[in-house]
Design a protein around this ligand. Structure first.
Ligand code: CMC
Length: 361
């Protein structure tokens, strides 16, 4: 067994398949290409939750809108102590105020929570008053409205919706595994989601896209890319946005998000050179990583174009992980319910390699 459990199958799931050799992601029988940009986040959440709640409505949008409004009451607990924390820590703390349970009502509030709390935290940290949700809007459009205090253009809401769908579920990634372990103890969905957020925030998982903006800004010009990347690797740093535990070819989510960035740039004409610059950095990075680790395919993962898309949508890099949580929360909940429906307590073995007690003489 490897330390990272690469070779261990820890669940049977109907939710998603990550095919690392083919570079393919299937979510409940649909290829990612058929979902991203074609189905709303609410519809994909319903698809993921189908069969795991008895009382699931046909259209999840009104219920999710109502849940956004309900959880907004918790924003009053944002105090100066929480505002000194990173957005993901503050969002996690507000989410922890929600009651535990396994019902649909709890699931909806937990899906609303990262969206509502992140927008409120980002605004409050900038000295602006939180904006209450508008339950009539689609989830993505309302997130941008709560963040900015004014309605977002349709192309931007569409781009965020595509992002949320793209990251909604992804096999047994670290945060989903954490959520399933917690669900297996029957602790409740809130505990499972909090565990998911905790695992997601690490830089090897959902914490990667924020530092990507720092990398792009420090590189500045395409001609600086090689020197910057070689120096980073010589220091022993990992390049954020590259490499994946399962994919041995390009992560299909990277293609979906690159397309979303391209469409958004064409619609808004904002920073038209930014995508070409990121592509130049990507090309340099792939060539250098190939030479640096010849035995290991290190290709582009979802985070490079996540960073570009969320930057174009005006999220501060410090909040990028929170936006990842806004999408992945529907997958965590589906996996937690699936675990609860059929799974046993997850309790693996360890091999003790420490000293033994001294034998009595
Ligand atoms: N830059 C430089 N070297 C790397 C990178 C990278 N991005 N990724 C892996 N390596 C090296 C690593 O140092 C190791 O070298 P050595 O054998 O000399 O120690 C070798 O490649 C194999 O790495 P590993 O740690 O066994 O691979 P893993 O499967 O555990 O790592 C990963 C997967 C995503 C954690 C890793 O590729 C990484 O740290 N990438 C950068 C962070 C990142 O972009 N994270 C987002 C992942 S995608 C979003 C998500 O689904 O979470």
């Amino acid at each position: 067994m490897s330390d990272g459990l690469d070779d261990v199958v820890a669940a049977h799931t109907v939710l998603s398949e990550v095919d690392g050799q083919a570079g393919r992601l299937i979510i409940r029988g649909h290829s990612l290409d058929d979902l991203a940009g074609r189905m709303s986040f609410e519809a994909v959440t319903r698809l993921l939750w189908d069969g795991f709640f008895d009382d699931l409505p046909q259209d999840l949008a009104p219920a999710l809108g109502a849940a956004r409004l309900e959880v907004f009451a918790e924003v009053s607990a944002l105090d100066s102590g929480l505002l000194d924390r990173t957005p993901v820590e503050a969002m996690r703390a507000l989410t922890a105020r929600l009651a535990d349970g396994d019902e649909l009502e709890v699931a909806l509030k937990l899906t609303a929570a990262p969206a509502v709390f992140t927008a409120a935290v980002v605004r409050a940290q900038a000295g602006e008053a939180p904006v209450p949700p508008d339950p009539k809007l689609g989830h993505a459009a309302d997130i941008l409205r709560m963040l900015r205090g004014k309605p977002a253009p349709e192309a931007e809401a569409q781009a965020l919706d595509t992002y949320l769908v793209t990251v909604s579920d992804h096999g047994l990634n670290a945060s989903t595994f954490a959520a399933r372990v917690i669900a297996s103890t029957r602790a409740g969905l809130t505990s499972a989601v909090l565990g998911g957020i905790g695992a997601l925030k690490g830089p090897l998982h959902g914490g990667a896209p924020g530092p990507i903006i720092e990398m792009l800004d420090e590189i500045g010009q395409p001609e600086n890319a090689r020197t910057w990347i070689e120096a980073a690797l010589a220091r022993g740093d990992r390049l954020m946005g590259f490499g994946h535990r399962v994919y041995r070819v390009c992560d299909p989510r990277a293609d979906a998000l690159k397309g979303a960035v391209r469409r958004l740039t064409a619609a808004t004409q904002t920073r038209p050179g930014r995508l070409a610059f990121a592509e130049a950095v990507e090309t340099a990075a792939l060539a250098i990583l190939k030479a640096h680790k010849p035995g290991r395919t290190l290709d582009t993962n979802v985070e490079l174009y996540t960073a570009l898309l969320l930057e174009a949508l005006d999220f501060p890099p410090s909040a990028f992980t929170c936006v990842f949580a806004m999408g992945r929360v529907s997958g965590w909940i589906a996996h937690a319910r699936e675990q609860l429906a059929g799974g046993r307590l997850i309790r693996p073995q360890s091999v003790y390699v420490g000293p033994m007690p001294r034998q009595a003489a």
